[in-house]
Design a protein around this ligand. Structure first.
Ligand code: DHB
Length: 397
């Protein structure tokens, strides 16, 4: 027998986007059900980027999710770029009066899940959606099975696909899981988690003939570092000694503090924007709607913009019955999506050297970086984009 759950908003995916939307809707008295195929432990244990923009931190703290980000997150007022054997610091506070917070995504997820539980609406973990039906009716449905193999269906007024880059909600919206504007890059990042103290007070983005290196951090005891690699690299085949060589080669002048490497992964680089973000009463947001390459750490920060626009549209719909803002959601969300796509692409192409780069390409790239270090206007563009543009939607409070 199929277990049927009735709610106003059925949300696929207990990632940052789905959980934040459920939280904001809940504050307006709108009920939702969030489901995810993964267990709570899996979700809270998955390694993702660590940078939270200042507008995103504000949403988390001021909407009542948690102010832990201000108490436990590390405020970073700038970053370093290393290239051509030199280090250059960009001071965000001086340039635009803003900062970012080093607060790993799994900590954001712990806060969001705790807030749902505190509000009495625990997400349904280990519930796998197999399809979204009746998108163009006023009762769209999520159909799936639980980990125990029991069938369920969620009948809602609105269904939201926040189910990541393998989204099944894309199928009713764009006709397939792939339908979108798309770009792949001929490199990837080899990422490690290391048990060691921080090697530098701020993040270091480095570009050299050896490839890209990023020195990031998680806290005083755990560090996150990446180096450029071939996308087909099997993470298990690279030795610790090779990893330290690659990382150290990228940051001459800074001696990396080494320690046991306890996690190795390869991150693929893709830019993607779905051809459509809405079909009838089914909406896409977060990675289901778009993915960015990791350079600049825009993924979760961009997802929050979708959430704020959709929250505004759904609050208006449930209060007045008007679909106007729901219809406007794609256009509103896409403005920031394409700006963030450009910023992520710019950071990526500026800081990496492709395997087939000519001498012209390499020298042109150094010209671009020289311009950045000499032009205050260019530095402000970097700082403004990195620390996060204002979301421009205020009615989430
Ligand atoms: C991290 C990841 C990024 O992609 C980035 O640009 C900065 C930091 C991180 O994982 O810490």
């Amino acid at each position: 027998m199929t277990n049927t759950i009735r709610t106003q908003v059925g949300i696929l995916g207990a990632g940052p986007a789905g959980l934040l939307l459920a939280h904001l809707l809940g504050k307006a008295g709108i009920d939702s059900v969030v489901i995810d195929a993964r267990s709570r432990e899996d979700i809270e244990g998955t390694v993702k980027a660590g940078i939270v923009e200042s507008p995103a931190a504000e949403v988390l703290a001021e909407s009542g999710v948690s102010d832990r980000i201000y108490r436990e997150g590390m405020k970073h007022d700038g970053v370093e770029f290393h290239f051509d054997g030199q280090a250059h610091r960009f001071d965000f506070q001086e340039l635009v009066g803003k900062s970012v917070y080093l607060y790993p995504q799994h900590e954001v997820l712990k806060d969001l899940i705790a807030a749902r539980i505190r509000d009495g609406v625990t997400p349904l973990f280990e519930h796998t959606a197999t399809s979204v039906e009746d998108a163009e009716s006023d009762k769209p449905r999520i159909v799936g099975t639980t980990a125990a193999g029991e069938p369920f269906e969620i009948v809602a007024d609105v269904v939201v696909g926040a189910d990541g880059s393998g989204s099944i909600a894309r199928i009713p919206v764009v006709g397939s899981q792939q339908g979108g504007y798309y770009r792949e890059y001929p490199f990837a990042w080899y990422g490690v988690l290391v048990e060691a103290p921080p090697s530098a007070p701020e993040l270091i983005y480095s570009r050299s003939d050896e490839g890209f290196v990023l020195i990031s951090t998680r806290d005083q005891h755990i560090q996150r570092m990446y180096f450029q690699c071939d996308p087909l690299t099997d993470p298990t085949t690279v030795s610790d000694a090779e990893i330290w060589d690659k990382l150290q080669a990228g940051v001459e002048g800074t001696t990396l503090k080494q320690g046991p490497i306890f996690r190795k992964d390869v991150l693929r680089f893709r830019s993607f924007v779905a051809h459509e973000l809405r079909k009838g009463r089914v909406f896409l947001m977060g990675d289901a709607a778009h993915t960015v390459p990791p350079t600049g750490a825009k993924g979760m920060n961009l997802a929050f913009s979708d959430v704020l626009w959709l929250n505004q549209a759904l609050r208006s719909f449930f209060a007045t019955g008007s679909e106007e803002l729901m219809v406007a959601y794609p256009e509103n969300a896409l403005k920031r999506i394409w700006k963030a796509q450009h910023f992520s692409y710019w950071m990526t192409t500026m800081l990496h050297i492709t395997p087939d780069a000519t001498d012209f390409d390499k020298l042109r790239g150094l010209g671009e970086l020289a311009l950045l270090t000499e032009s205050l206007h260019a530095q402000r563009y970097l700082a403004e984009s990195y620390t996060g543009w204002d979301y421009g939607v205020d009615d989430w409070r």
